[in-house]
Write a protein that binds this ligand. Structure first.
Ligand code: ARG
Length: 262
């Protein structure tokens, strides 16, 4: 049986997705469980967004919204096959109460392209554009969330979301792979983050930057061994997790996690 048409389209727009590579579903679920257990073991509260039939990319929960200080800027997916996911995320925030939800008019893929540094200039948003999220959404997010947004241009299709090219390590510092960004954006990043941890191409391709850090523990893909060593040398505690099956869909640790900032 050949894959459904929309997967063929997605493969073209996400070079990681090789739909001919068989996914071991049982192993995928086991790895996802392992990821969830890792966060629980590190003391975090994990809510699970119920999966919906027909939305196989829902596991990449990072893309459905972006929250800062109790305000949620909703997602508006670029490609039709993921559009309905945004409503599921919206329901999550509405049902849980305590959030102000802002419905976006501009195309943006939530935490896939937005990151937050609470102590950088008193609270700063980093935002990627070039493949999925439109620059107009950066301005919209700034108005919705009342925090400055710094636009970063992605130029390499292998790094189609900001969260595969750059990651907050704590409240004010980041790790990133310079090659994913335009030359001008690279100088912006150098200027803003002179102490950043720089990943090389190998670690970036191993999805090492698709990490989640609580400021001390950095949960990242096991294959990114070089980055793990750099993080350890910088004083962080790398926590490797195996996510080979999730990687086949174009995501790793961070893609599976929507961080809640109440
Ligand atoms: N297959 C998904 C897509 O192409 C992968 C999304 C990964 N998520 C992420 N936060 N980078 O949209």
């Amino acid at each position: 049986m050949s894959p459904p048409e929309h997967f063929a389209v997605e493969y073209a727009i996400n070079p990681w997705m090789d739909t001919t590579a068989p996914v071991d579903t049982e192993l995928a679920v086991k790895q996802w469980e392992g990821l969830r257990e890792t966060f629980v073991r590190l003391g975090h509260t994990v809510h699970v967004l119920a999966p919906e039939i027909g939305l196989p990319d829902m596991v990449y929960a990072a893309n459905g919204a972006f929250s800062v200080d109790g305000v949620v800027y909703g997602a508006r997916f670029k490609y039709p096959q993921r559009i309905p996911e945004a409503a599921a995320h919206r329901r999550f925030y509405v049902d849980h109460g305590g959030w102000r939800f802002v419905t976006p008019a501009e195309t943006n893929e939530g935490e896939g392209d937005f990151a937050y540094l609470p102590s950088f200039l008193g609270g700063t948003i980093l935002a990627g554009h070039g493949f999925r999220t439109e620059t107009a959404a950066h301005a919209e997010a700034q108005e919705a969330l009342g925090r400055p947004v710094i636009s970063l241009r992605l130029v390499d299709p292998r790094f189609y979301h900001l969260d595969v090219a750059l990651a907050p390590l704590d409240d004010s510092n980041v790790a990133y792979y310079p090659g994913a960004f335009s030359e001008a954006t690279r100088s912006v990043l150098r200027q803003l983050f002179p102490d950043a941890v720089l990943a090389d191409e190998e670690d970036a391709l191993a999805f090492g930057l698709n990490l989640v850090s609580d400021g001390r523990n950095v949960v990242l893909n096991t294959e990114a061994t070089g980055l793990a060593a750099k993080l350890r040398a910088a004083g962080y505690v790398p926590v490797p997790v195996e996510l080979t099956e999730l990687k086949k869909g174009g995501g790793s640790v961070k893609c599976c996690v929507a961080e809640l900032r109440p």
